[in-house]
Design a protein. Structure first.
Length: 563
C-alpha cells in the first residue's frame, strides 16, 4: 500500500515537472521564460491614433505595474525593426510623436516595452497591429491650371497664424531629379503666394511648403509642355482652310482675336491640335458651327480658346464635336484618335457637346480616350428638347473618359450616355468626374450624371459640387437616382462631393445616391440659384468644410472658384 502511494506521488510530481518544462522555452538571449508569465509583464493593446501631423501611441499597463515605471516606444519604417528611426522614453501610458520627427506620407510601425527597473528585467516588446502614416498640415491651396506654365507655377496658401512663419517651398521632381528650393520673403508671407520659376517643362513635381523644417502643406503639380507650332494664324487668316490643309500631327496656333468657322470643319483621318498662342480663351475666340472627326485616325486637341456656337448671329451650332465613320456613311467602322479639350470656354450649342453614337453596331467605332480639363461649358440645350446627353457615346467602345477641373452651368439634359449594351468581353472603361462644379443642369427625364445601363464601368465622381437640378425649365424632370450603372463588375464611387437642391422635379423628391459607394458626402447649401454663374467660394460659418474637404485636403469643386 505504501509503495502504491509512493508511486502515485512520484507520478504526480513527474507530471507537474513535465508541465513546467513544456510550458517554458528559451528566449533568443538564452533565458528561460514562461510566455504566459511574460505576457503578464508586457504592455498590451498597443494602438495608434493620428492627426494631420502627429501620432499618439497608447497601451495598457502590464500586470503589477508600479508608479514611475518607464516605457520605451520605438518607431520604424521596417516592420522587423532592423533599423529604429525614432525612440522615446516615457513614464505614462502614451507617447506622442510629431512631424518632422518622423516623415510625412511614410508608413511607420510601432512597438513598446517596459524598461528594466529595481532589479526587474525589461519586458519583451508589444507591437501595434498595423502601420500608420502622417499626412501633414495642409495650408497649400489647389493650383489652378491657368497659373501653370512650362517653367513656372504660382502657388497660394492660406494666410493665418499657422502660416506666419513659412520660409521656403520645395519642388521635387517625381522622376528623381534635383529639387528646387525657393525662399519665401516677408512680403510673400503677407500675400500668401509665391511664383516659382526655373522649372522643367512637362514635369510632375511634389510641392512642399515649409516653416523651417515643419511642413505646412504638400500637393503635386505638373508643368506644361513646350509647344512647337506648325503654323500660326492671325484673325485675318482662314482657319477653315488651315484645318483642311493641315497634315497629321499639325499644331495650329491662333494669335489673339476672333476667327470664324461658319461651315462644319471636318478633320479627316488625321489628328491635329488647334490652340491659342496666349493660352488665354478670353482673348482668342472662334465662332464655331461644328467639328466632325471623320474616319480612322481622326483626332482633335483644342486648347486655350473660346468657342461660341452662335456662329452667325441668329444661327447656332447643334453639336460641338461629332464622330463619323465616313462622310458618306456616318456609322461605318472607324478607330478614332483621342479627343482633348483643355482650358476652353464652350457655349451656345443647341444639342450636345460630344456625339459619338453614330456607329451602326456596338463596337464598330472605337476611341481610346476623351478628356476635358480646366474648361467651362454653358448654354447648351437649355430648352431640353435636343434629346441627347451632353456626351452621347452609346455604341462607342472607349477606354477612358475624364472630366476634370471644369464648370458646367445651364446645360441639359444629362451628362454621359453609354446605355447601349456592349459585348461583355469589352474592358470596363474608366469614367472620371473630378474637381468640377455643376449648376442648373439636367432634364428631360435623363439620369443626371450617367446612364451606363448594364455595361461594366469603373465610375468615380469625386471632389465635385453639384447643385440645382433639373435645369430651370417649366415641367422639367430628371431620374430619381443620379445614375444607372448595374453592370455586375461595375465600381461606382461618389466621394468627397457637395450636392444640394437636386430633385427629380420642381417641388419633388431629393435625387437618391442609389448604387454608389459614398465617402465624405456633404449637403451644404451654398445659396446658389439656377441663375447663379459666379461660383466663387467665400468662407462662412457653414461652408468651411468644403475648403479642406477634398480627397487631398484642398477645396472641392472647380479650382478656378476656390479663391
Amino acid at each position: 500500500m505504501k509503495n502504491l502511494k509512493r508511486y502515485t506521488a512520484i507520478t504526480a510530481m513527474l507530471f507537474v515537472a513535465a508541465v513546467l518544462v513544456t510550458s517554458c522555452k528559451k528566449s533568443l538571449d538564452g533565458k528561460v521564460e514562461d510566455p504566459s508569465l511574460n505576457r503578464s509583464f508586457m504592455p498590451s493593446n498597443v494602438s495608434v491614433s493620428t492627426a494631420k501631423d502627429s501620432a499618439k501611441v497608447k497601451w495598457n499597463a502590464q500586470l503589477y505595474a508600479t508608479k514611475g515605471m518607464k516605457y520605451t516606444v520605438d518607431f520604424s519604417t521596417d516592420s522587423l525593426f532592423a533599423k529604429v528611426d525614432y525612440t522615446t522614453v516615457v513614464d505614462t501610458l502614451a507617447a506622442v510623436v510629431i512631424e518632422p520627427t518622423i516623415k510625412l506620407n511614410t508608413p511607420y510601425f510601432t512597438r513598446v516595452k517596459v524598461n528594466a527597473q529595481n532589479g526587474k528585467a525589461e519586458s519583451t516588446y508589444a507591437y501595434a497591429t498595423r502601420s500608420f502614416k502622417l499626412t501633414g498640415q495642409q495650408f497649400l491651396k489647389v493650383v489652378r491650371d491657368f497659373e501653370i506654365t512650362s517653367s513656372s507655377v504660382l502657388i497660394h496658401w492660406s494666410v493665418n497664424a499657422s502660416t506666419a512663419g513659412v520660409s521656403s517651398v520645395i519642388f521635387t521632381p517625381a522622376d528623381g531629379g534635383t529639387a528646387i528650393t525657393t525662399n519665401i520673403t516677408a512680403a510673400d508671407v503677407t500675400a500668401g503666394q509665391k511664383l516659382v520659376t526655373g522649372l522643367n517643362p512637362a514635369t510632375k513635381y511634389t510641392v512642399q511648403l515649409l516653416a523651417d523644417t515643419k511642413s505646412k502643406g504638400i500637393i503635386s503639380v505638373t508643368t506644361a509642355a513646350n509647344i512647337t507650332y506648325t503654323q500660326t494664324l492671325s484673325p485675318t487668316d482662314n482657319l477653315a482652310t488651315a484645318i483642311t490643309n493641315a497634315a497629321d500631327g499639325a499644331v495650329i496656333g491662333l494669335s489673339p482675336g476672333t476667327y470664324n468657322l461658319s461651315s462644319i470643319a471636318s478633320v479627316t483621318q488625321k489628328n491635329i491640335t488647334i490652340r491659342s498662342t496666349s493660352n488665354d480663351p478670353t482673348n482668342t475666340k472662334v465662332l464655331a458651327r461644328e467639328f466632325d472627326l471623320v474616319g480612322t485616325g481622326a483626332g482633335l486637341t483644342l486648347a486655350g480658346i473660346e468657342f461660341n456656337g452662335n456662329y452667325a448671329g441668329t444661327s447656332y451650332g447643334v453639336q460641338f464635336i461629332a464622330l463619323y465613320g465616313t462622310q458618306a456613311t456616318t456609322g461605318a467602322a472607324a478607330t478614332f484618335g483621342n479627343v482633348r479639350i483643355d482650358n476652353c470656354i464652350i457655349h451656345d450649342f443647341t444639342r450636345c457637346i460630344f456625339r459619338g453614337n453614330y456607329g451602326t453596331n456596338p463596337n464598330d467605332q472605337k476611341i481610346t480616350s476623351i478628356t476635358v480639363n480646366n474648361s467651362q461649358f454653358y448654354n447648351i440645350d437649355q430648352t431640353n428638347l435636343g434629346g441627347y446627353y451632353m456626351f452621347s457615346m452609346e455604341k462607342l467602345q472607349l477606354n477612358v473618359f475624364a472630366i476634370t477641373k471644369s464648370t458646367f452651368y445651364s446645360v441639359g439634359e444629362g451628362m454621359i450616355n453609354m446605355s447601349t449594351v456592349l459585348p461583355t468581353t469589352n474592358t470596363a472603361p474608366t469614367i472620371q468626374i473630378d474637381y468640377c462644379t455643376f449648376n442648373n443642369v439636367g432634364g428631360n427625364g435623363k439620369y443626371l450624371l450617367m446612364d451606363a445601363n448594364s455595361n461594366n464601368v469603373n465610375f468615380s465622381c469625386t471632389n465635385n459640387i453639384i447643385a440645382n437640378a433639373p435645369i430651370n425649365t417649366t415641367g422639367n424632370t430628371i431620374q430619381a437616382t443620379l445614375l444607372r450603372s448595374t453592370g455586375a463588375a461595375s465600381l461606382n464611387s461618389f466621394w468627397y462631393n457637395d450636392h444640394f437642391k437636386l430633385v427629380n422635379a420642381p417641388g419633388g423628391s431629393a435625387v437618391a445616391l442609389t448604387g454608389l459607394g459614398i465617402i465624405n458626402d456633404n449637403t451644404i447649401d451654398l445659396g446658389w440659384t439656377a441663375a447663379t454663374t459666379n461660383f466663387l467660394l467665400t468662407p462662412t460659418s457653414t461652408n468651411t468644410a468644403l475648403f479642406s474637404g477634398s480627397s487631398n485636403g484642398t477645396t472641392i469643386g472647380d479650382p478656378r472658384w476656390a479663391y
